[in-house]
Design a protein around this ligand. Structure first.
Ligand code: FE2
Length: 274
C-alpha cells in the first residue's frame, strides 16, 4: 500500500490546512505536508491528528498561573535573555477540523528557571486564526528544581471548557525523571541557526461534524517492514529502532520506554512514520 492511502481523513484534512488548499483530495497525488522538517526540507507527515486521536491530555496547572495576561504572540522583550524559540501549531476539534478563535494562554519560566509572579514577563494569551493556527515567539524556558523543561498553556475553544496542560522538549534528560512528564505532550523541535523552532498541535474535546470532503478510507492492511517488530507497551526503545503499529512502520527518534497512550501515531516526537 502506498503512503497516500494510509493517510487518515484527519491527516489529509490537516495537511490541506497547512498547505492552504481547499480540497484535501488535491493533495493525494503528492506529499501530504504538515510542515517541512529536517535538513533537506523533505515534507513529513505530522501524525498528531488522526481519526483515532484522543484529545490532548491535561496536566496540572502548577503554582504559577496568573490570570489576565496581556494579549500578545511575542513574549520576547528587549531585555529577554535565552535561546529564541518559536512554537507553531494548530488547534483542532475531535473531527480534526480547525478551531478558530481558540484562546491560548502561555506562561513559562525565564532562562534561569524563574517565573515572574509580580508582572507578566513570559506570559501572554492569543487566539488562533481562521485556520486554527497559532504562533508563539518566546525563549527556551530554563530549568528549575524538580521539573523537566516545559511550557504551560491553557487552551479553550469558544464557549468550551479550558484545557490546562504543558508542553515538553525532546531529548531532555529530566524527561526520564519528571513524574508528570507525558510524551504525548512532546513538541517536535529543530534548530534554526541559533534559535529553535517547535511545533505542537492541540486536539480539544470539541464535537465537530466531519467535512464532506473525505479522503479514501483505508481498508487495506500492509505487511510490516522487514526487521520491524510490533510496538509493545513496556518495551525500551532506542533511536533507530523500527516497529510497526496499526500496519504502519515507524522509526524511533529518541530513547524511551513505551507506555499505553504513547502509541507511535500519538507521539510524533518519539516516532516518525516511514
Ligand atoms: Fe512550571
Amino acid at each position: 500500500m502506498d503512503e497516500e492511502t494510509q493517510l487518515s481523513r484527519k491527516t489529509v484534512l490537516k495537511a490541506a490546512l497547512a498547505a492552504g488548499v481547499a480540497a484535501p483530495v488535491a493533495l493525494l497525488g503528492g506529499p501530504a505536508l504538515a510542515r517541512a522538517t529536517a535538513a533537506g526540507g523533505v515534507p513529513e507527515l505530522t501524525p498528531s491528528c488522526h481519526d483515532d486521536d484522543d484529545p490532548t491530555p491535561p496536566q496540572t496547572e502548577g503554582p504559577y498561573f496568573k490570570p489576565n495576561s496581556p494579549e500578545r504572540t511575542n513574549l520576547v522583550t528587549p531585555g529577554t535573555q535565552g535561546t529564541r524559540l518559536t512554537v507553531t501549531g494548530y488547534v483542532f476539534g475531535l473531527a480534526c477540523r480547525p478551531v478558530s478563535r481558540a484562546l491560548l494562554d502561555f506562561w513559562q519560566a525565564d532562562v534561569n528557571g524563574a517565573y515572574d509572579n509580580v508582572g507578566y514577563t513570559l506570559r501572554g494569551h492569543q487566539y488562533t486564526d481562521a485556520q486554527g493556527a497559532f504562533t508563539l515567539s518566546t525563549i527556551v524556558p530554563g530549568l528549575y528544581p524538580g521539573r523537566t523543561r516545559h511550557i504551560h498553556v491553557k487552551v479553550q475553544a469558544p464557549g468550551r471548557p479550558v484545557l490546562t496542560t504543558q508542553l515538553y522538549f525532546p531529548n531532555e534528560p529530566r524527561n526520564n525523571t519528571d513524574t508528570i512528564f507525558d510524551a504525548r505532550l512532546l513538541m517536535t523541535v529543530r534548530d534554526n541557526g541559533t534559535a529553535k523552532e517547535a511545533a505542537f498541535d492541540f486536539v480539544l474535546d470539541v464535537p465537530q461534524t466531519p467535512t464532506s470532503t473525505q479522503a479514501p478510507t483505508s481498508t487495506q492492511t500492509s505487511t510490516p517492514s522487514p526487521g520491524g517488530t510490533t510496538w509493545t507497551a513496556g518495551t525500551a526503545y532506542a533511536p533507530g529502532n523500527r516497529v510497526t503499529y496499526a500496519s504502519r512502520a515507524y522509526v524511533c527518534l529518541q530513547a524511551h520506554t513505551a507506555q499505553p497512550g504513547w502509541e507511535p501515531p500519538s507521539v510524533p516526537a518519539l516516532w516518525r512514520a516511514e
